[in-house]
Each structure stands twice: as structure tokens, then as C-alpha cells.
Ligand binder design. Structure first.
Ligand code: ZN
Ligand code: ZN
Ligand code: FE
Length: 326
């Protein structure tokens, strides 16, 4: 009866939600079975360049059952939402850096269109696009794809960023992230820059190879990108992931890419859209594991020299760009 339990549970100690999704435990694990995203399958027939699908093993669903609280202490909420997969190309292998210009543009458009469409659903508070890449972050299907989670809550990390941006704005009458990019662009940690975007390894990086990609113009949601900004975003996504691919030649770097935008509704003028990359490597053959201090203490150790790592990533991006031109 309860075998596919799907619901949200409130953690009163940390004041955050946990998504319970029993069905996800049955999902295929890096199996050698036929790729579900390659063209010609049941869901991937026909003529497409970039394709948006429903996740078969959702953590959030519009069909999630209603729930009742167990007690005053233990709260539940309905896991109402959307779990989507954006298949970025018909090719089975690759990364954002191997997408064609057309694929890249349609990929960004898919994220924009889904954000617009899903935000029309009044039960949804937040649309979160992200990308998991590589075996070290546990990717079960290698075919290049991103995911979109649309949630009835604001994820905790975003909520914290909204709060800190709001506080900063009321104190200085300035955007926190505008000030961060102002500070970073003059410093030693810029890894890539074009007319509309700045990519840098932030001063406060928690991961050795962390990169933040931020539009220079102050706006809140991916839906606000201009045509020119969309092209520059595509170039930046390609070059950052291309840089990672060239950083340790022959060694795949696994990463998580997170897109942080404002919630669907409400006044968040003080917030600034940006994208964060969290690669798992700290050296060529060393993975950074989250352990006692991070998992149990909630404080990160970054066992690297951020300025040196930024320089290495910048040079890897330069190698990627010059080899890509040829
Ligand atoms: Zn495939
Ligand atoms: Zn700003
Ligand atoms: Fe962020």
C-alpha cells in the first residue's frame, strides 16, 4: 500500500524540509541497459534537438497524495511539484561544452520556458534547474541532461541567500551579489569573463574548484535573460565546463551545477540570479568527500589555495577555448 511513499517531512531541529521519495530507491543505477534518453525510445521518438521529459522516479509529483500531520511536532506536507529532465542533445556522450550552438540555445530556452510555465501553477513556489555530471556525484545516466525540480517550498540554501541579500540591501542599499562581482572582477579569482557574465572562484569557496557564474546586469530570474545575454550565458557555460574537462587531461571531473533564481512570486528585487558549480575533485586523483566537519558540523573545510586554483581553472579554460577555435 505504502510502497511508493512520497511526502515532505519537516525537520524541526534544522528548520528545513526533507523530500521522502521511496520510489527513487528503485531507479536504475548506472546500468548497462539501453539509454532511456537516446533517440528512438518510447519517450524520445521523433524530431527533437533538446527534449524535456518527466522524471520517471520523481521526488515531487502533481499526483503526490495529500498528507496529514502526525503530531504537533512532526509536520508533513504534500510533495506537490514537478521533476523534469532536460535532455540536452541527441548524442549519448558529452557535456555542456560539447553542445552545438543550437543545442545550447535550445537548452537555455527550455529552462526559461519551463520556469515561466511552471510558475503559472500557484501551488509552486520555486523552480530549481540543476545539472549533475559524472560518476563521482552518482549520475545514473551519462546521456547529457539537466533536471528541473519545481517545489511547493523555497529550498533552504536559496532561502538563506534571499535572507542575506535582503539584510545586505537594507543595510547598504546595494545588491549583495552586485557588490561581490564588483569585488571579484578586480581580484585574482576571475576565471572567465565576457560582455554580460563574470565567472570566478569566490573568495568564500567551500569547494576547491567551485565557480560562480553571474550576470553583470542585476536581475532575478532566468526568464529575464535578453537575447544577447542568452548567447553570452551559453558561451560561459561551455567554457567553464570545457575548462573543467581540460583541467586534468584524461580525468573526468564530476560536478553539480545549481541555478539560483528568485522564487516564482513575490518581491525579490534585492536578489541576483546566478549559477554555481561544485566539482567534486580537489586534485587530479583526489575527491573531496564531505565528512565529519561538513556533514556533522555544517562547516566546510576547503583544502586548497583558492587563488591558485582560480589560476589553474582560468588557464584550463584558455586551453579549452584555443583548442575549440581550431
Ligand atoms: Zn543516450
Ligand atoms: Zn545585483
Ligand atoms: Fe547561490
Amino acid at each position: 500500500m505504502e510502497e511508493n511513499k512520497i511526502e515532505m517531512r519537516w525537520n524541526p531541529l534544522l528548520e528545513e524540509w526533507v523530500l521522502i521519495s521511496a520510489k527513487r530507491s528503485t531507479r536504475p543505477w548506472q546500468s548497462a541497459e539501453a539509454c532511456p534518453f537516446c533517440p528512438g525510445n518510447e519517450e524520445t521518438q521523433g524530431d527533437w534537438v533538446v527534449l524535456t521529459l518527466k522524471n520517471k522516479y520523481p521526488a515531487l509529483s502533481t499526483e503526490a497524495p495529500e498528507v496529514k500531520d502526525e503530531s504537533k511536532l512532526y509536520k508533513r506536507a504534500r510533495s506537490y511539484g514537478y521533476s523534469l529532465v532536460v535532455v540536452e542533445t541527441r548524442n549519448h556522450e558529452g557535456d555542456l561544452c560539447t553542445l552545438s550552438n543550437e543545442e545550447m540555445n535550445l537548452y537555455i530556452s527550455a529552462l526559461v520556458e519551463q520556469t515561466k510555465k511552471i510558475c503559472n501553477d500557484k501551488k509552486i513556489k520555486y523552480v530549481y534547474p540543476f545539472r549533475n555530471k559524472g560518476k563521482d556525484v552518482g549520475v545514473s545516466i551519462i546521456h547529457p541532461h539537466s533536471q528541473i525540480y519545481a517545489l511547493p517550498i523555497i529550498p533552504r540554501r536559496i532561502e538563506r541567500e534571499l535572507d542575506s541579500s535582503k539584510k545586505y540591501f537594507s543595510k547598504y542599499k546595494r545588491c549583495l551579489i552586485c557588490d561581490i562581482i564588483e569585488e571579484e572582477r578586480r581580484g585574482p579569482r576571475v576565471v572567465f569573463e565576457n560582455k554580460n557574465f563574470l565567472a570566478y572562484l569566490p573568495f568564500f569557496a567551500q569547494w576547491p574548484l567551485e565557480v560562480h557564474l553571474t550576470p553583470k546586469r542585476h536581475f532575478q530570474r532566468i526568464t529575464e535573460l535578453t537575447e544577447e545575454e542568452t548567447l553570452d550565458l551559453g558561451e560561459a557555460l561551455r567554457n567553464i565546463t570545457g575548462g573543467y574537462s581540460r583541467l586534468y587531461e584524461g580525468r573526468e571531473i564530476s560536478y553539480v551545477m545549481a541555478m539560483h533564481q528568485a522564487p516564482c512570486r513575490g518581491d525579490y528585487d534585492y536578489y541576483h540570479f546566478h549559477i554555481e558549480f561544485y566539482p567534486r575533485n580537489r586534485e587530479r586523483d583526489r575527491i573531496k568527500f564531505l565528512a565529519g566537519i561538513e556533514i556533522g558540523g555544517g562547516t566546510y573545510t576547503n583544502d586548497s589555495d583558492p587563488e591558485l586554483k582560480a589560476k589553474e581553472i582560468k588557464e584550463a579554460i584558455e586551453r579549452f577555448v584555443s583548442s575549440n577555435k581550431k
